[in-house]
Design a protein around this ligand. Structure first.
Ligand SMILES: [Zn+2]
Length: 190
């Protein structure tokens, strides 16, 4: 797989991880402000050692939100559901198989390294599932995590915003600058 990397992304990811990334990667998904959210790592690191985590969550806000779910005990609860709910169990195992196949497409020897979070069954790491879901994987655990943590960043608008009201007899235009009036109220410009 060809990996194209912008210098700005390398710097952003180094900043997010607090160290140099140990493998080649590409950015597969971004947060609304534009910084990397999920990266796709090469299957071998710079020393040629296996790097089983293909999809990695890098946005610190996302990492923190998912860590909160883990510390609230959700890994154990999801594993209980896998134990009790056969359809859910099958869907999670299918996600693990697809994840392993996705990596094997790049490095056939990596087929045996396991699925999401380096396992073939159950849930080990919610960050890995969330990252896989965001990268487009069919992952019921990742989709559930996303439903719990989104939106990650407040969808506060910056710059000027205009609205047009087109009626039968009149057209009205409103231009505001969000947050620039007193008490965070948008200031009306026109
Ligand atoms: Zn983010």
């Amino acid at each position: 797989m060809g990996i194209e990397l912008r210098t700005a992304d390398l710097i952003a990811v180094r900043d997010q991880l607090g160290r140099d990334p140990s493998t080649r990667f590409s950015v597969v998904c971004r947060c609304v402000p534009g910084h990397p959210l999920v990266i796709r790592n090469a299957p071998l690191d710079a020393n040629g050692e296996p790097f089983p985590t293909t999809y990695w969550l890098t946005c610190p806000t996302a990492v923190k939100a998912v860590s909160r779910l883990e510390s609230d005990g959700w890994i154990a609860r999801l594993n209980e559901r896998i134990h009790d709910d056969e359809a859910f169990d099958e869907a999670v195992e299918a996600a693990h198989r697809a994840y392993a196949e996705d990596r094997a497409a790049e490095l056939p020897d990596a087929r045996g390294w396991g699925g999401v979070g380096g396992t073939r069954t159950g849930v080990k790491c919610l960050h890995a599932h969330h990252a896989y879901h965001l990268a487009g994987g069919e992952d019921p655990v990742g989709a559930w995590v996303a439903s719990q943590v989104e939106p990650l960043h407040s969808e506060r608008l910056v710059g000027r915003v205009a609205a047009i009201d087109q009626g039968t007899n009149s057209i009205r235009l409103l231009v505001v600058a969000p947050g620039s009036g007193p008490h965070d109220v948008p200031a009306e410009l026109a």
